[in-house]
Design a protein around this ligand. Structure first.
Ligand code: ZN
Length: 274
């Protein structure tokens, strides 16, 4: 446990969200960098990053990641976690490239196959082993993303095989259409299946975002918010910015008698490369 503190992650862009859904969606390197700065000021310690082409399409092009990360670095010390989930339809090789070439401090590692609305995300155990091996070789801390209870158990196979090691950080992605809805009981099922000593961040997709934040605080977890997961502030009301969502998460954290962790807290606690 990170004593007395909660790590807030801001997932500011994602692969699927569009400016039509929320005009404040950051896409250009400058927009993402400003968002990262504002989110950090509001209490976020980690930026979960997907990048887009100039036309707004999701891409795993390492050159685009390099450009966006450089812009973020000029603005703020926030920890950058890049996606290896990519967009629906990306091959494992495409998804892994920016991690191998850019060696970020953190990256997401999807722990299994799952429905994603009418699409699906495929991660076989051999693919997960390859990802975990590359993360280890490049000293990148994984956020082990679990969309299903079986994913938590699949991650335990990687642990048993020595492909991942403590400190362990999980991300529970709840309320994806076609997968597991957010509920206190479902969160408890995921959390109680974790290896001893693991930390977890809760991501409630869409309308589950706010209740999942309270669930995370109650269960000793961390919080993720941002336009990747949810573009609304409340029912029918769009969020003005990613920072507005982070501000509320920080407020909930403080009301619980806790403090938002800083990027350096995360670097120390999760033993990041820095
Ligand atoms: Zn993502």
């Amino acid at each position: 446990m990170l004593d007395g503190k909660i790590v807030i992650t801001c997932a500011c862009t994602g692969a699927e969200t569009t400016k039509a859904q929320n005009p404040a969606l950051p896409i250009s390197p400058e927009e993402v960098a400003q968002t990262a700065y504002d989110a950090r000021q509001a209490g976020a310690a980690i930026l979960h990053l997907h990048v887009r082409t100039a036309e707004g399409r999701p891409t795993q092009d390492p050159a685009r990641f390099r450009e966006v990360i450089a812009a973020v670095r000029r603005k703020t010390d926030i920890v950058v976690e890049i996606t290896t989930g990519g967009a629906v339809g990306d091959t494992p090789e495409e998804r892994l490239r920016p991690v191998v070439e850019l060696e970020p401090e953190m990256a997401s590692l999807d722990c299994g196959t799952v429905n994603f609305g009418d699409e699906y995300i495929v991660n076989t155990l051999p693919v997960m082993r390859e990802f975990a091996s590359q993360f280890r070789a490049h000293k990148i801390r994984a956020t082990l993303e679990c969309f299903d209870l079986g994913h938590v158990y699949a991650s335990r196979i990687l642990l048993k095989e020595g492909l991942i090691e403590a400190p362990l950080h999980y991300g529970f992605v709840l309320n994806v259409p076609g997968a597991v809805p957010y509920s206190v009981a479902n969160l408890e099922a995921f959390a109680s299946a974790l290896p001893a000593g693991a930390d977890f961040t809760v991501m409630g997709i869409g309308r589950a975002s706010l209740s999942a934040q309270f669930g995370a605080v109650a269960r000793g977890g961390w919080i993720r918010v941002g336009f990747e997961d949810n573009v609304y502030f409340s029912k029918g009301v769009l969020a003005e910015s990613n920072a507005q969502l982070v501000e509320r998460a920080a407020r909930i954290t403080r009301e619980a008698g806790l403090a938002p962790a800083s990027p350096d807290d995360v670097r120390t606690y999760l033993k990041l490369r820095g």
